[in-house]
Design a protein around this ligand. Structure first.
Ligand SMILES: NC(=O)c1ccc[n+]([C@@H]2O[C@H](COP(=O)([O-])OP(=O)(O)OC[C@H]3O[C@@H](n4cnc5c(N)ncnc54)[C@H](OP(=O)(O)O)[C@@H]3O)[C@@H](O)[C@H]2O)c1
Length: 255
């Protein structure tokens, strides 16, 4: 795979990266870019076949990637599978907590299981995976963690109380953990995307998309690659003095 822009501080050569929800959308774009910058990427998702397709695509382009079946909302499985991964690979240098889902509804109509599903995947999943990975980062006195938040955590959105709460939780967790483990040379940041063209937003009607474009100063929805660039930067040594931050990638929608 050509790595034209990888030299120097942006390079991720030799790093082992775990990307949750790496099989499609934003996660797949992040996995691809990290591999282009030289990282050995573990593409994790519940659907192993789709994760394999994404990893195969990276390998076919000359990068290094393997697929991992992982449901971040499954407490026991996360501890076991990440434990095995760290034992086998020795460490995880870069962690991207990207796995996420929506179950939208107005507060008075939301089903308890839809509230729980969103919190369990987006927030508790981020906690579980991070907790399983951090000991190996602490041991080696090096690590980079990026979690994917959302503009909705910062602005609120009718119909997304569960999702906004989960993403605001990620922002609070990011800042607190950044303070906890900065002395171990581990940085912890969040990337907060606006509306990005993926399966998650494909359910928006044409009318909804047009309305959105009207409130996005840059006048378009984002691309997964826009988010990937910010994540790759925060994971690189070019960002070694940045921790506890939320980088907004939203076309100016929230500023
Ligand atoms: N698209 C946007 O406009 C937007 C905006 C702001 C923030 N975000 C956030 O960005 C992240 C990626 O979103 P996206 O739009 O790329 O979503 P997407 O296209 O729906 O992809 C979601 C990814 O997460 C995986 N996933 C879902 N639940 C999982 C679980 N329990 N365990 C492990 N993997 C799981 C999916 O694979 P499996 O289904 O096979 O597990 C898939 O790889 C999410 O955290 C989302 O909240 C998205």
């Amino acid at each position: 795979m050509p790595r034209p822009e990888a030299p120097g501080l942006a390079s991720l050569e030799g790093r082992i990266a775990l990307v949750t929800g790496g099989s499609r959308g934003i996660g797949a774009a992040i996995a691809k870019l990290l591999a282009e910058r030289g990282a050995d990427v573990i593409v994790a998702a519940r659907g192993l076949e789709q994760a394999r397709l994404a990893a195969d695509g990276i390998e076919a382009a000359g990068g290094r990637a393997t697929a991992l079946g992982l449901d971040v909302s499954d407490r026991a499985a996360v501890a076991r599978i990440i434990g095995e991964l760290v034992k086998e690979r020795g460490r995880v240098d870069l962690l991207v907590n990207n796995a996420g889902l929506t179950r939208d509804n107005l507060l008075l109509r939301i089903k308890q299981e839809d509230w729980d599903a969103v919190i369990d995947t987006n927030l508790r999943g981020t906690f579980q995976v991070t907790r399983a990975v951090v000991p190996s980062m602490v041991r080696q006195r090096y690590g980079r963690i990026v979690s994917i938040a959302s503009v909705v955590a910062q602005m609120g959105n009718a119909g997304q109380t569960n999702y906004a709460a989960s993403k605001a939780g990620i922002i609070g967790m990011t800042k607190s953990l950044a303070r906890e483990i900065a002395s171990r040379n581990i940085t912890v940041n969040a990337v907060s995307p606006g509306y990005i063209e993926t399966d998650m937003t494909r359910q928006l009607t044409g009318d909804q998309q047009e309305k959105l474009k009207g409130i996005i100063p840059l006048g378009r929805l984002g691309r997964p690659e826009d988010v990937a660039e910010a994540a790759a930067f925060l994971l690189s040594d070019a960002a070694s003095y940045i921790t506890g931050q939320v980088i907004n990638v939203n076309g100016g929608m929230y500023m």
